[in-house]
Design a binder for this molecule. Sequence first.
Ligand SMILES: O=C(O)c1cc(=O)[nH]c(=O)n1[C@@H]1O[C@H](COP(=O)(O)O)[C@@H](O)[C@H]1O
Length: 275
Amino acid sequence: MTKEELFRNIQTKKSYLCVGLDADLKKIPSHLLNTADPIFEFNKIIIDATADLCVAYKPNIAFYEALGPKGWESLEKTLQYIPEDIFTIADAKRGDIGNTSELYARTFFDYFNFDSVTVAPYMGEDSVKPFLIKPDKWVILLALTSNPGSQDFQLQTYNGEKNRYLFEAVIQKSQTWASPEQLMFVVGATRTDYLERVRALAPEHFLLVPGVGAQGGSLAEISRLGMNKQCGLLVNSARNIIYAGNGTDFGQQARLEAQRMQQEMERYLGEYLPV
Ligand SMILES: O=C(O)c1cc(=O)[nH]c(=O)n1[C@@H]1O[C@H](COP(=O)(O)O)[C@@H](O)[C@H]1O
């Protein structure tokens, strides 16, 4: 999917919501546990309930890998079930020496046909580039993450420069590897105090912003500080939506929560998106 197509979907749906498909056997409603593939059944109902309200789905690969081959099967069926016009993110946080990254890229782009994959920048250019060889596939690079540990490296000053953080060097350097048509950055919703600095360095890029809801980030702040002229935001929420209910009506409960977010997003799009 191109950046323009993603923006058009945002305009049509009046939403920049990304639903995190972090399905966990320990948390899904118990009535699904005696079906042949409980994780897929769960995802199917969540997708049916939210597809008209979101523009992206992000399965976190850990939730599938943890189940062995069965988990991969649930992931494959889930991917096939997601409607064609919805952007898909393999949240895998990969990155390795070149020939290994190449195989990770084949896994997520060729085998599963995801639109994008989250990649860790730590190993540098040759670990990221193999994910960029297909012009219609995206890298979503970890820049400033939502967790407390982002202090350990990402928020340390870089190269002896007093007022420049490592995450800023990541954002600047990686722009020499790919254009905003293929590169997004992860910026945690709990880090809105740095969003203006991110936008100063990456005015055109889409940002994947996880950490609203369960982790406490504010949709209002993200939207006020992070929106650019093509919206430029995909705001992810997983637990708050997918586990909004735990009974047989969990799909409806998930829909209500997704709808609440979409309606709030519609207001911000009206407020901040230049017409
Ligand atoms: O790359 C990510 O998606 C990610 C980056 C980050 O900084 N923080 C973060 O929470 N995530 C992911 O976003 C999702 C957040 O889920 P909830 O907190 O349940 O909404 C999980 O799949 C995390 O792995």
